[in-house]
Design a protein around this ligand. Structure first.
Ligand code: ATP
Length: 606
């Protein structure tokens, strides 16, 4: 059990350290194990197939390409044509009696939203295109919620079984429309979600903002944290959100302008604009940002930012196909060729022309990355998936993609982030996204899938063995989940061990700096995994003030007759160094059984 060198696993690890008389934890809360180190474990574009309303029907230029007179025309045309619309509303806008239109109600933003909006609108943030990532990610979340709820309430899908995102632009007027057939919002949900800071991501952004005083840092933070829905105002003067929840009979429109500290909500009464379910966002772009409304630009951004969204994203694109058309024969030419009439009928001339038309084009790849063969996924793809899924801006320190088979089958990709966003005291870090048969279930766990001390590890887990309507209670009691947890924890340790074995010692030092406290907590809370945690611990020692050493390195440097590891906990390196207990140890090289009487130094037994 004991003794086999870590080096057998960490071939090529950094050079051995100098002899250390004792290991010092720089953290008063540290818990150093008294045992010697133990051996760690071994470790398309193509036609949209599903659009039945469009199937076999091309929207040729004659129908879709005419110059549209502004956003209203574009919106009504597409909403009518989109498969999202379960019924056709033939009545025209003119049929709406304006006296029947319920008035818009005005609401003030919560103070935090005002602060955030002010920052977004006036920020000099250069990478404004992240707005699309944020809005597509919201659409994807709304579809995830619907898909999850429809497992127990299939009726939710009755107004439109297709789950998709559609993005359409009007480049002449600088307008982008993003439509999803997701869960939508009720009137109250609009107030709660788009007038207050609802999201944990945005709240974290504001917290960090408070801590950072520099304006230059502020605009970078937008990219690092993502500011959710409000990022629409990075590029828009005005935003309208028309949304229909299956829980509500009515559809509502939320509207606000960039410089305003209020928003309005009104009922949608224009039959042309009614949707059966979901959310239709209209962004009226700022003068300088109208370039985002080019169909090719949107297509490029979707490919770049949303390639890992697991619902189809269609963009409205101009296309062309070639065809042969008859051309009028030149009469002069015809004359020279003989008796005209007969000739014309038997030998008509044709030419090739390009016919333009507009149609939806599937723009993303929808197979989840974790279902792919790891051998076929590049490091860049893993990194991109991580950054897009967890809203990170740095590549991860390590990743691990694996499938477990046998008693319980699941697939997972785990990551160790390069920087720490969460604190050890944060209880719910939304670090693990659980899917059942590709359906997103939840990321709201409290230790069920991963112990709290490993809450910094991020990842996705997809199981075929859990029921789709899995509840928190099921998670807590399920034997399957217990097995999954065990395997996930092991894989996480293997991944961390991999970083500790890196040739580049700085990598593990950075890891330890960020997550050392978490592993020490693991020492206290998770006896079962002591053998896995021990090789990962690092300490300063009396002979190595600058560099951290592992317990293995300590043992390798021990004097032949030395039988114990000595350690002291202190609130800083210097206070540990100046502890009176050390004198005796220093005198004797390492020995200090008498120190035990003082309780400050303890002796570990090999
Ligand atoms: N397309 C949408 N369909 C349904 N609800 C939406 C949609 N877009 C936004 N919302 C609601 O508005 C809320 C706030 O969105 P916002 O993007 O600001 O934060 P978030 O998505 O919760 O968090 P984060 O952006 O940090 O992931 C969401 O939680 C959701 O309830």
């Amino acid at each position: 059990m004991l003794g086999a060198s870590r080096r057998s696993l960490c071939a090529g690890a950094a050079a051995r350290r100098h002899a250390a008389a004792f290991a010092v934890s720089g953290d008063a809360a540290a818990a150093a194990p008294t045992a010697s180190p133990v051996n760690p474990p071994r470790s398309v574009t193509n036609q949209e197939p599903g659009v039945s309303r469009h199937a076999g029907k091309r929207l040729f230029s004659v129908l879709a390409a005419p110059k549209l007179n502004g956003a209203k025309d574009v919106a009504s045309l597409k909403l009518r044509e989109s498969s999202l619309v379960g019924r056709r509303y033939e009545s025209s806008a003119a049929a709406v009696d304006s006296s029947d239109v319920p008035p818009a109600e005005k609401f003030e933003y919560q103070a935090e939203v005002n602060r955030l909006m002010d920052l977004i609108v006036h920020s000099l943030y250069s990478n404004k295109e992240v707005f699309l990532r944020e809005l597509v990610s919201n659409a994807s979340d709304a579809l995830d919620k619907l898909r999850y709820m429809s497992v127990t309430e299939p009726d939710l899908l009755k107004d439109g079984p297709e789950l998709h995102i559609r993005i359409e632009t009007d480049k002449d007027n600088g307008i982008i429309m993003i439509t999803d057939s997701g869960i939508g919002m009720t009137r109250q949900e609009l107030v709660d979600s788009l007038g207050t800071i609802a999201s944990s991501g945005t709240a974290k952004f504001l917290k960090t903002l408070k801590e950072s005083q520099e304006a230059s840092v502020d605009s970078n933070l937008i990219g690092q944290f993502g500011v959710g829905f409000y990022s629409a105002f990075l590029v828009s003067d005005k935003v309208a959100v028309s949304t229909k929840s299956p829980k509500s009979e009515k559809q509502y429109v939320w509207e606000s302008e960039a410089e305003s500290n209020s928003y309005t909500i009104r009922e949608e009464t224009d039959p042309e604009k009614l949707i059966p379910r979901g959310t239709h966002l209209t962004l009226y772009l700022k003068r300088d940002d109208k370039g985002f409304a080019h169909p090719e630009r949107i297509q490029k951004l979707v490919k770049n930012y949303s390639q890992f969204v697991s619902f189809p994203i269609y963009t409205w694109q101009e296309k062309g196909f070639t065809k042969e058309v008859e051309v009028d024969e030149d009469p002069a030419e015809a004359k020279t060729e003989g008796d005209g009439e007969t000739k014309k009928e038997t030998n008509k001339k044709t030419k090739t022309v390009v016919e333009k038309y507009w149609d939806w084009e599937l723009t993303n790849e929808t197979q989840p990355i974790w279902l792919r063969n790891p051998r076929e996924v590049s490091t860049e793809e893993y990194n991109e998936f991580y950054k897009k899924t967890f809203n990170e801006y740095l590549n991860p320190l390590a990743s691990s993609h694996f499938t477990t088979e046998g008693e319980v089958e699941f697939r997972s990709i785990l990551y160790v982030p390069a920087t720490k966003k969460e604190d050890i005291t944060d209880r719910k870090t939304k670090n693990i996204r659980l899917y059942v048969k590709r359906v997103f279930i939840s990321d709201d766990f409290d230790g069920e899938l991963f112990p709290r001390y490993l809450s910094f590890v991020k990842g996705v887990v997809d199981s075929n063995d859990l029921p789709l309507n899995v509840s928190r209670e099921i998670l807590q009691e399920s034997r399957i989940v217990r097995i999954m947890r065990k395997r996930l924890v092991r894989k996480a340790f293997d991944m961390i061990l991999g970083i500790s074995c890196s040739e580049n010692r700085d990598e593990y030092e950075a890891f330890w700096e960020n997550y050392g406290k978490f592993l020490k907590l693991g020492c206290m809370e998770d006896k079962e995994n002591h053998k896995r945690i021990a090789p990962l611990l690092r300490f300063f020692s009396s002979q190595s003030n600058e560099e951290l050493i592992s317990l293995d390195e300590y043992v390798e440097s021990m004097k032949p007759e030395q039988k114990a590891i000595y350690y002291i906990a202190g609130d800083s390196l210097s206070s540990a160094k100046n502890a009176p207990f050390l004198e005796k140890l220093n005198e004797k090289g390492y020995e200090g059984p008498s120190c035990q009487q003082h309780g400050g130094l303890q002796r570990g037994v090999n």
